[in-house]
Design a binder for this molecule. Structure first.
Ligand code: NAP
Length: 305
């Protein structure tokens, strides 16, 4: 399936949008890459940085004639953006996106398309705690997993074309049912961000002198706690249902650790930490084997309960 497009439009020129446009241009995925921003200056900056061939703040003009439109706004803005763009979409146009939660988008976006256009949800597992065009990188998707979330209603030809697009940006494309995607990213992305933000918020109670003693453990644990609060509030709230279980499990682990420490029960403390380390090793082994090693994490965690 060819990944070559005549014209693609990337809407929302932040970290992800700038990176999608830049990668598409650098890899010759489209004859013309159009960057669409709410701000004229941002659109112009994307062109001067070599991330897009054209830039515009006119959404309708930007998407007109595009074979593929990539929505790169925050999740909460995607439906409204597509609604406003929809009248200009070309016959047979493809729409994909980068939103971090898929269930809500897969439910809403297809209904906003004109007849003959197709939506295929996507979530590239690549990003940063930084936001904005100036942090965009055309190499962002190289080797990264990109999850596509087709449904029974997705046209096979549209899926194949969108798959070819993300693969052409350098991503390793996998497919998931939208609900399974949301449940899985709740564990591996949204829970770690929630914990890092919660820890960072708790630092208000720390003595100021403590910060002079920061080392690599602090740096490793807190990087993602410095992510954009607005973007992450949007992601966590949109995935609230799938995130509730993982949040409760983490709260239980923390409470068990606190209880064992308070009771001076070193054996339980050790067991909990060892179970954590084993679960991490199993998760990494599963990922390296592409899931063929089976669900070791669940086995290890269950054995240690
Ligand atoms: P970002 O750098 O803040 O970019 C988002 C862009 O969307 C903004 O630069 C802005 O572009 C546009 N935008 C912001 N508010 C808007 C609104 N109210 N209406 C319309 N457009 C608006 O954030 P990002 O990290 O690229 O995230 C964008 C999407 O990628 C999100 O849906 C997120 O879930 C997903 N994602 C993020 C990561 C990550 O690690 N950050 C990873 C994977 C997926 P203009 O000013 O050009 O209009």
């Amino acid at each position: 399936m060819s990944a070559r497009f005549e014209r693609i439009a990337v809407v929302g020129l932040g970290l992800l949008g700038g990176s999608v446009a830049g990668a598409a241009r650098a890899r010759g995925v489209a004859k013309r890459v159009v960057g669409v921003s709410r701000g004229r200056d941002t659109a112009a900056a994307a062109v001067s940085a070599g991330l897009a061939d054209e830039g515009t703040s006119d959404l309708a003009a930007g998407v007109a004639g595009a074979e593929l439109v990539v929505l790169c706004t925050p999740i909460f803005a995607m439906a409204d953006t597509l609604r406003r763009a929809s009248g200009q979409l070309a016959e047979g146009a493809l729409v994909t996106d980068v939103g971090s939660v898929k269930g809500a988008l897969v439910e809403t976006l297809p209904g906003l398309l004109p007849p003959g256009a197709h939506y295929v949800g996507a979530h590239p597992m690549a990003g940063s705690h930084e936001t904005g065009l100036r942090h965009a990188s055309k190499g962002l998707f190289e080797g990264a997993v990109c999850v596509l979330t087709p449904t029974a209603a997705t046209a096979p030809a549209a899926l194949a074309r969108v798959r070819a697009f993300w693969a052409a940006l350098g991503a390793r494309v996998v497919e998931r049912d939208p609900a399974a995607h949301d449940a899985e990213v709740a564990w591996v992305s949204h829970l770690p961000h929630a914990l890092a933000f919660a820890y960072a918020a708790s630092l208000a109670a720390a003595p100021r002198e403590a910060f002079a003693l920061r080392g690599s453990g602090f740096r490793d644990f807190t990087r993602i706690g410095a992510s954009d609060p607005e973007l992450w509030a949007d992601i966590l709230a949109t995935n609230e249902k799938a995130l509730a279980g993982p949040l409760a499990a983490a709260a239980r682990s923390l409470a068990r650790l606190a209880d064992a420490l308070a009771a001076g029960d070193l054996e339980s403390v050790h067991r909990l930490l060892a179970a954590g380390r084993e679960a991490l090793a199993a998760a990494n082994a599963d990922a390296r084997s592409g899931g063929r090693a089976g669900n070791h994490v669940a086995h290890v965690a269950a054995a240690k309960e």
